[in-house]
Write a protein that binds this ligand. Structure first.
Ligand SMILES: NC(=O)c1ccc[n+]([C@@H]2O[C@H](COP(=O)([O-])OP(=O)(O)OC[C@H]3O[C@@H](n4cnc5c(N)ncnc54)[C@H](O)[C@@H]3O)[C@@H](O)[C@H]2O)c1
Length: 368
């Protein structure tokens, strides 16, 4: 160990000695614009030593070092109790007759879609997108009562927005814990009994918690990965098996997150980030594995979306809102409705040649 450190120090010394002379000449100008620590400056005997501007400086020597790209281990957000979240209303004014022409290939008429985690949040709004586009929908959730309530409201909303419609989409509610294989299989049997087939799957059941990784209880981490990763895998394989048995084409949309590609700051959430990276790559891997069967698999990676859950997190931690929006090029959080077009596109024939893609709906967060 000691020998290893010694070798590393020696190699650093020799790297410093070998720096090109042009960089040495640029050093004095740089120092005046970046230096924030007086005590550190006083230690600079050599005016040509600019090593403190690099990662070779002592950690924490300068206030600016990484200050906008660090997690803060004091932030802790546990997933709230069901009763602490308000009931959601359907999105209004976005259905109705289509007065404007659009491509017929976006229609989901005669399709059956399954949405996991569809009783609330993004899953519920995406369920509505499928219904508005003409699909029958099976909402799957741990909270069956809420799923049932919302299924009824979605059908009523469709009827009131389409008074002359001959075909009213059928929306059903089903219980499943997506992390449990028996529960998933039982739900799939129930859905097939109710609808006769499945064409589309949207896996939105998932949750996040913010904990410093060192502190996060292991059983909660297992649950987090179980719901986000196993749940996605179990539903996707179950639906793919059904499509293959039917020799039918289909489209699966996995809800990942921009957290699968970047590390959010300042709230720590390493297990969630890793889970969403797994979801994204699961989509690509299964897209390749099932392409021969005409089954497309894509991922939607939302950025910060304003759901009841994120509203609650921001109410409890108001400083986070400012920090988050300061990092989004569009300067605002997304609305759940912003996913309606993306999910309809990926489920429909309009995306017939799109598979294995990750569609980021994040206001540009991940490109900066
Ligand atoms: N809200 C955001 O800003 C955001 C951003 C990126 C990604 N996402 C992802 O989008 C998805 C939906 O998030 P949301 O904000 O709508 O969350 P939400 O908590 O509002 O809704 C999640 C739904 O999933 C259900 N659920 C949870 N565990 C389940 C289980 N084991 N089995 C079946 N259902 C279960 C819940 O009952 C709830 O109805 C999640 O995968 C989340 O990670 C959300």
């Amino acid at each position: 160990m000691f020998k290893h450190n010694l070798l590393r120090q020696l190699s650093r010394t020799s790297t410093t000695a070998a720096r090109p002379p042009t960089l040495h000449r640029a050093a004095p100008a740089l120092r005046s614009s970046f230096t924030t620590s007086q005590s550190r400056l006083e230690k600079q005997d050599d005016p040509e030593d600019y090593s403190h501007y690099t990662t070779a400086g002592e950690p924490g020597a300068f206030k600016h070092e990484g200050q906008h790209s660090r997690t803060d281990n004091r932030i802790r957000v546990e997933y709230p109790e069901e009763a602490d979240l308000p009931r959601q209303q359907p999105v209004q004014g976005r259905g109705g007759f289509h007065f404007k022409r659009t491509l017929a290939s976006f229609s989901l008429e005669d399709r059956v879609g399954v949405v996991t985690g569809g009783a609330r949040g993004l899953g519920l709004v995406m369920s509505q997108a499928l219904v508005v586009s003409g699909a029958d929908v099976a909402i799957v959730d741990l909270n069956k009562d809420e799923a049932q309530h919302q299924a009824t409201i979605l059908m009523e909303t469709f009827k009131s927005e389409n008074p002359g419609a001959e075909n009213i989409p059928s929306v059903t509610a089903h219980y499943a814990d997506v992390s449990n294989p028996d529960s998933v299989n039982h739900a799939l049997e129930e859905i097939l009994a109710a609808h006769g087939k499945i064409d589309n799957l949207v896996t939105s059941a998932g949750f996040t918690e913010n904990f410093d990784a060192i502190e996060y209880p292991y059983d909660r981490m297992q649950k987090l990965w179980g719901v986000n990763v196993d749940g996605t895998y179990l539903f996707a394989t179950g639906v793919a098996k059904h499509l293959m048995a039917r020799k039918a084409q289909g489209s699966i949309v996995m809800i990942g997150s921009m957290s699968g590609a970047i590390v959010n700051v300042p709230q720590p959430q390493a297990p969630y980030n890793a889970a969403k990276a797994a979801v994204r790559h699961l989509a690509s891997s299964l897209a390749v594995e099932w392409a021969h069967a005409g089954i497309r698999v894509n991922c939607i990676s939302p950025g910060y979306m304003l759901t009841a859950l994120t509203k609650k997190i921001l109410d409890d931690n108001p400083a986070l809102a400012e920090k988050w929006t300061s990092l989004i090029p569009q300067g605002k959080m997304g609305r759940p409705e912003d996913l309606m077009g993306a999910v309809t596109f990926l489920c429909s024939d309009a995306s017939g040649y799109v598979t294995g893609a990750d569609l980021r709906v994040d206001g540009g967060y991940t490109v900066t």
